[in-house]
Design a binder for this molecule. Structure first.
Ligand code: SF4
Length: 272
């Protein structure tokens, strides 16, 4: 079943006037109208503008050499929850979702599981109906504590761009040499109900470094059929001068692929 295309709303609501430096180090941004998850508060468990991530995807706008360790100045658990409570109480409109994501891979934060617990507790205390989402590359799902935390929220969106190990290693660039796509899939399948987000791109200079290819599309279909995710979100890159050789995929092409995903009986949405 292909769900109706969501209308991406461009208007954003900026945080109330605060010094720029504070905004940059803030653990929570928004609420904003997001492309995929509605009107949302975004939790950034890393630091700005530096990224801390166990991968280094070729299209990621943020680069870092220290991939896997949380930055010492990343916000702590108490600070994050206090700020989330404040932002929720300041928001004039009901938010749809609270999203653990941001510039860094959220599971790199040493208190990820505890922060998730706090957010779940806060929602219960407020009697609120917003969803709790997490956007992750899934690299920490081998840790039971992280897996349980991901299973305790509404939707954990796992990044899955590549169906082959070669493409995965050369474009998502995982920090650990031991990581393989097979291992990743094994871990994702341990989640109670994974949600998948796939970003597509073409590479105008090197077709080996693009995931929009018949082989990869077929491989992804087989993986979706195996994982049976709650939903698949298909996205593409925004046109950018920073990665001029990496190109977005036309909406019509994404829609055609979404149809093939839908034919598997998997809910799918396209966000060009
Ligand atoms: S997983 Fe996300 S944050 Fe990490 S490198 Fe890839 S795009 Fe960037």
């Amino acid at each position: 079943m292909v769900l109706k295309k969501s209308q991406a709303r461009k208007r954003t609501v900026k945080a109330k006037a605060s010094p720029r430096a504070r905004a940059e180090s803030s653990a929570i941004s928004g609420p904003i109208h997001t492309r995929r998850l509605g009107y949302a508060l975004m939790m950034n468990l890393g630091t700005r503008p530096e990224k801390r991530c166990t991968w280094n995807c070729i299209y990621c706008p943020w680069k870092t050499k220290d991939q896997a360790r949380c930055h010492p100045s990343a916000p702590g658990r108490e600070e994050i929850i206090e700020e989330l409570s404040r932002k929720l109480s300041e928001s004039r409109k009901q938010v749809d979702s609270v999203v653990l994501a941001g510039i860094s891979e959220p599971t790199v934060h040493p208190e990820f599981a505890e922060i998730v617990e706090d957010v779940v507790r806060l929602r219960r205390k407020l009697g609120a109906r917003w969803l709790i989402d997490c956007i992750s590359n899934g690299s920490a799902l081998d840790k039971e504590k992280i897996r349980k935390a991901c299973d305790s929220i509404d939707r954990t969106w796992i990044k899955l761009d590549c169906a082959t190990n070669k493409l995965f290693k050369s474009t998502n660039l995982p920090a650990s040499k031991l990581t393989t796509i097979e291992k990743q899939l094994e871990l994702i399948s341990k989640l109670r109900s994974p949600f998948i987000q796939t970003t597509f791109w073409r590479n105008s200079r090197d077709s080996e470094l693009q995931n929009w290819s018949p082989e990869n599309l077929q491989g992804l279909l087989e993986i979706y059929a195996r994982l049976k995710p709650g939903c698949v979100h298909l996205t593409t890159l925004r046109p950018s001068s920073v990665f001029s050789k990496l190109r977005p995929i036309y909406y019509e092409n994404l829609e055609a692929f979404a149809q093939r995903v839908g034919d598997l009986g998997i809910p799918v949405e396209v966000f060009p």
